[in-house]
Design a binder for this molecule. Structure first.
Ligand code: ATP
Ligand code: LTN
Length: 340
């Protein structure tokens, strides 16, 4: 292949990550994994397990190690092909930590203080408001900028972090020349189903690190999933209608059903017209069971094959490190560090 054709075929780069801060949920699937899979053919995708981010809250070491392996298996089981995507662990590529430090020196205290995730997480972890929690967004900026990513597929809650990453990149480029590609957040246009709420408290996001109940996990067995949906909070008016303000529980279930079946809200409303919540909850539960069944089976099989998983994340880390080190070298040169 000539250099010209290689350049022509260069696909835009995508970077995204998920924390191994808990078992993956229906929210992780709908808000991230499902979309990541759709992007794998058209983009050069780096999908990372951001273990360095996860330690901003205390983790049990054995749990963290197990969850990282399970997460790789679940990425693959959801349809991410390791031959097409770089599926790796953040801590395997030292450049993330190294660039994060440098970017800390290009990020303002005021900017970090305005991050809503920092405010939320520090309110919830009052006895452990560590510096890592505060500088979390500069590590995230390093993740993205090391790979010269064009697009960053994330949920709405991460938009502010990607905006800050853009500001850091522009500031750095403004001082040192065009070193970084300035990335854009890519928030897929899906139904409102992109944001999955807790089944017990439908005003709160289904979140893997805060299992307040109301989570459905990717590896849950069918009977557990059905039970979770049976217990889902609805309301007392008995009508299946989409209205997030007045009927958050029913609307959340409709969103989930829309994602798992591809049906629109109108179709769902007419499908269940005149039926009670019992039948509706069961149908939603069944649709999630069927969506997750092949994923769970594949993930369970992959988890038995540690040699394969090790091969996947090792090869991916080697590739990621080659790409990341190229950017890091450029940055170090710009800083004036003496070359080794
Ligand atoms: P944590 O509880 O540790 O903060 P999380 O469950 O919020 O984790 P992340 O690993 O932080 O999940 O998020 C991975 C990606 O999935 C992000 O882009 C985020 O926006 C998206 N995401 C997470 N939870 C949901 C949800 N309930 N609905 C839609 N998208 C979600
Ligand atoms: N901060 C994100 C996870 C994350 C990420 C990234 C997402 C870390 N680094 C880089 C996109 C790109 C979260 O909490 N969901």
């Amino acid at each position: 292949m000539t250099e010209l054709t290689t350049q022509k075929e260069k696909k835009p780069v995508i970077f995204s990550g998920m924390q191994p801060s808990g078992a993956l949920t229906l929210g992780s699937f709908t808000g991230a994994l499902k979309n990541w899979v759709e992007l794998q053919d058209e983009y050069d995708c780096f999908y990372c397990i951001v273990d360095l981010h996860a330690i901003t809250t205390r983790q049990d070491p054995a749990d963290l190690r197990r969850r990282c392996l399970e997460q790789i298996a679940q990425y693959i089981a959801c349809g991410l092909d390791p031959a097409k995507n770089t599926l790796f662990l953040q801590s395997h590529v030292a450049a993330h930590s190294e660039l994060a430090w440098i970017l800390n020196c290009y990020t303002m205290f005021g900017e970090l203080s305005r991050m809503t995730q920092f405010k939320d997480k520090s309110a919830r972890n009052v006895d452990n408001i560590n510096a890592g929690l505060f500088t979390y967004p500069t590590l995230m900026a390093a993740d993205i900028l090391l790979y010269q990513a064009d697009l960053v597929p994330v949920g709405e809650d991460q938009r502010q972090h990607v905006e800050l990453c853009r500001d850091i990149a522009l500031r750095f480029n403004g001082t040192h020349g065009d070193v970084f590609t300035v990335p854009s957040a890519f928030i897929p246009k899906t139904t409102e189903g992109a944001r999955v709420m807790s089944l017990i408290d439908p005003t709160r996001k289904m979140s893997k690190s805060e299992p307040t109940g109301g989570c459905v996990y990717l590896l849950d067995k069918p009977e557990i999933i059905l039970k979770s949906f049976k217990r889902a909070v609805t309301d007392s008016d008995g009508e299946i209608r989409y209205d997030v303000k007045e009927k958050p529980g029913v609307s959340n279930l409709m969103s989930i059903y829309s994602v798992t079946t591809g049906r629109t809200f109108e179709q769902i409303e007419s499908e269940f017209a005149g039926q009670g919540y019992g039948a509706f909850k069961e149908a939603v539960g069944e649709s999630v069971v069927e969506t997750f069944r092949p994923i769970r089976e594949k993930a369970e099989a992959l988890m038995q094959d540690k040699t394969y998983l090790t091969q996947v994340y090792t090869d991916a880390a080697n590739h990621a490190a080659r790409v990341a080190d190229r950017t890091l070298k450029k940055v170090q040169k710009k800083m004036g560090f003496v070359a080794k």
